[in-house]
Design a binder for this molecule. Structure first.
Ligand code: FES
Length: 130
């Protein structure tokens, strides 16, 4: 049986905005709300260069990434053509006005996704001369 974790009330999520859910491991989950009070959950990481989708603008069933304005589908995490890529989505449901996320997914889904590091890439130390 699927277990669900209570996150917040739907009203706690701004209309056309989002709320971030921190996890013990892995990147945050962004929970979005549109004008129809539909709620969606995606990893808070744009498939382009890792921008925070939680800071994007929701329209219809999409969010515009704040970094370079890619459009990401809230239902499936897919970037709209001609862009390509996908961010992991999370199961979400609303029960009596409370937003719930799948407990197993919160703990285990998309843990390998990381945020890009700004600035020069750190290089491995040079090997000692033989
Ligand atoms: S990081 Fe999202 S559009 Fe570039």
């Amino acid at each position: 049986m699927t277990e669900w974790t209570s996150i917040c009330r739907v009203d706690d999520i701004p209309v056309l905005g989002s709320r971030r859910v921190a996890r013990a491991q892995g990147l945050d989950v962004a929970v979005f709300r549109n004008t129809s009070n539909e709620v969606f959950a995606l990893l808070d990481r744009c498939p382009h260069k890792g921008g925070p989708l939680s800071q994007g603008i929701v329209f219809g069933t999409s969010v515009a990434c704040p970094m370079h304005n890619w459009t990401i589908g809230l239902c499936d995490g897919q970037a709209a053509a001609p862009d390509e890529g996908c961010t992991p989505k999370f199961q979400v449901r609303v029960e009596d006005g409370t937003v719930l996320l799948n407990t197993h997914e919160l703990a285990h889904h998309a843990l390998s996704e990381t945020r890009p590091i700004a600035g020069p890439q750190r290089r491995a130390p040079a090997s000692p001369a033989a």
